[in-house]
Design a protein around this ligand. Structure first.
Ligand code: SAH
Length: 304
């Protein structure tokens, strides 16, 4: 046997051995692989056959969920509105009382309509939108919103416009149990928290502080409890503590979300009205927000 043959034989043996061992080694994963493939193919086939049905069922489930959500909102007497995922409807009701048409000049009616628009858009963006009602909606405000503003308010969601005054709402079952609180800077009472069992009224008037005690006297004559926001407990104000309608609503939104009056005031009140916090004079992040809010207020046009 030549060297070559021996080598060859050896190598052949080794080769065939190797093959056989390799074969057993390779064979197993091949079977596994094809089994897997078979399974995959079967699964795919089954999916192809059933996917239409599955999608149909998924759609039906989503529809049922949507109907249930809408029913729940109806039960809670919350006007239906398309909410974003991060939004939770709040049970707090806020009325904007627009029974002051004869007290404003045309320019102030324009500001009032801007403030109302701002209230609506803030409420739509808020993490905890309140239930909004505009009462005594009529006169020049209604005319402006119907004509110049092209009836856009008719498409607004989560807000109700009523021609009657707010006493008409007391007849409704979702209002019957709850007490009205007229918010006014002129009140001797201060609210410390917002209560879902109360209905808050904001005076729908822009008067550049011409009519002091206007809303206070109106509420008193109707035996409605009044209260101011606890501004002086938390911050110093550069001027009178009378805010715009949308600022009051935004402070309410902020409080519902963060339960902190000081931060709520700092985040909403424009810096020109607000020198500093009473609790701490440290400059904090809120001042950055103030800058943004300030700009926003300037940008939106005449709100005051
Ligand atoms: N002269 C009006 C002021 C209108 S300001 C009046 O008699 O109230 C618009 C509305 O915002 C007010 O009617 C009130 O409801 C609300 N508001 C403004 N500042 C407030 C404050 N500091 N506390 C509570 N409500 C306030």
């Amino acid at each position: 046997m030549s060297d070559f043959e021996v080598k060859d034989e050896k190598s052949c043996k080794t080769f065939s051995d190797r093959i056989s061992t390799q074969e057993t080694k390779i064979e197993e994963p091949t079977i596994n692989f094809s089994k897997k493939m078979m399974k995959k193919k079967l699964k795919q086939k089954k999916w192809e056959e059933t996917k239409a049905e599955w999608r149909k069922r998924k759609k039906e489930k989503a529809k049922i969920k949507k109907i249930e959500k809408r029913k729940k909102l109806e039960e809670m007497k919350i006007p239906f509105t398309k909410l974003k995922k991060n939004q939770t409807p709040s049970n707090i009701k806020v009325i904007i009382d627009c029974e002051f048409d004869d007290k404003m000049v045309d320019k102030e009616i324009v500001s009032l309509s801007s403030q109302l628009t701002r209230c609506y858009s803030d409420n739509r963006r808020s993490s905890f939108p309140v239930q909004l009602y505009v009462t005594s909606f009529g006169g020049r405000l209604e005319e402006r919103m119907r004509t110049i503003l092209k009836n856009q308010h008719m498409a607004w969601q989560g807000i109700e416009f009523l021609g009657e005054n707010y006493t008409a709402l007391h007849e409704r079952s979702d209002f019957k149990e709850n007490e009205f609180i007229y918010l006014t800077a002129d009140s001797e009472n201060t609210i410390n928290e917002l209560d879902k069992n109360k209905i808050y009224i904001i005076g729908g008037i822009v008067d550049k502080n011409r009519y002091k005690n206007l809303c206070l006297n109106k509420a008193k004559s109707q035996n409605i409890w009044t209260a101011k926001l606890p501004i002086e407990n938390y911050i110093e104000m550069a001027s009178r503590k009378v805010l715009t309608i949308n600022q009051v609503l935004e402070i309410m939104h902020q409080w519902i979300e963060i339960r902190d009056w000081e931060k709520a005031f700092l985040n909403v009140i424009p810096p020109r009205k607000l020198p500093q916090s009473k609790k701490a004079n440290k400059p904090d992040q809120s001042f950055e927000n103030l800058e943004i809010n300030h700009l926003e207020y300037e940008d939106i046009g005449d709100l005051s």
